[in-house]
Design a protein around this ligand. Sequence first.
Ligand code: NAD
Ligand code: G3P
Length: 326
Amino acid sequence: MTNDTVVVVGGGAWGTALACVAARAGRRATVLCRDSAVADALSARAENPRYLPGITLADDIGATTDPAVLGAADIVILAIPAQRLRAALPGLAPQIAPGARLINTAKGIELGTGCALSRVIAEICPDHAQAILSGPSFATDVARGKPTAVTLAARGEASALDLCRALSSDSFRAYASADMAGVETGGALKNVYAIAAGVVIGLGFGESAKAALITRAFVELRRLGAAMGGQPETYLGLSGFGDLMLSCSSAQSRNFGYGMALGQGEDVTGRPLAEGVATVRIASRIADESSLSAPILQATKRLIEGEIAPKDAVEALLSRPIKEEF
Ligand SMILES: NC(=O)c1ccc[n+]([C@@H]2O[C@H](COP(=O)([O-])OP(=O)(O)OC[C@H]3O[C@@H](n4cnc5c(N)ncnc54)[C@H](O)[C@@H]3O)[C@@H](O)[C@H]2O)c1
Ligand SMILES: O=P(O)(O)OC[C@H](O)CO
């Protein structure tokens, strides 16, 4: 398979960082932007002042707003928000070269339908093979070339390994997986628990409480993920435990920051993208429908919907009946 040409859809923080990844791995990389000001800044100054201000990017990244660029791509990386994917894809699909492989990097579950994003992509681009890249990785770190490792899942180990080789470099290491459902659900659900961890810190409950929260969140994440089709061991890896740990422990995470603001009683309107807000709503419905116990997820949903105050949500979790840990 030829993997020379990579087009990244989405000129935001993550799309820009992934174009740097592809360029560092020796690929010809172009960002397909929605906004011409972003495309112009990327092309002229190797900068994305709107989404990655102050970071000088590799100067061999191309940028355009013309979807015709998809016709030359061997690999198309999707880096737009999860809830925008269904609306964006029909305009792109007819332009994508027939043999191109798609790699989704958005983290979420479709709010209106409960569909995994891989299913949304399969519905709109049924003839294209697809893969998922997910793991502990902040766009600012990746764009700066700091060492990062992720999981890349595809149907079939050979395809996953081939894509890993196409994108890995001395600063970015992708591990192959054949468990698309496991990688996808881990990335989506960790955002919910990052909000919850942010709430704990925002309330001033401290690091011990946060460690307890993350540990119990991991139990829930594995339970929910398994019910959605993931393999148990996948959640122990970079796209599961790795991303949960990163997102629950750093204020760089937009989801953690959203939770911290909630915990501090701040107004959260207009904050940067926190995909856990949509995911918690649909994941809570999925958990209810399958009678799965997910108390942290359910408390986070009630908190986000304004049904319960942050302090009361944590107290409700602590006052549940005493039971065995496992
Ligand atoms: N930022 C990170 O560190 C990071 C890391 C891993 C994964 N992700 C995931 O990547 C996805 C994108 O996140 P981001 O950080 O780049 O967000 P962002 O807010 O920085 O950028 C989003 C980009 O998507 C574009 N966009 C939105 N709707 C679109 C549409 N309908 N058609 C075309 N483009 C559209 C916007 O113009 C913008 O360029 C999210 O699902 C996120 O979870 C982000
Ligand atoms: O800023 P967040 O919370 O969307 O997290 C970004 C990445 O998903 C971390 O792996």
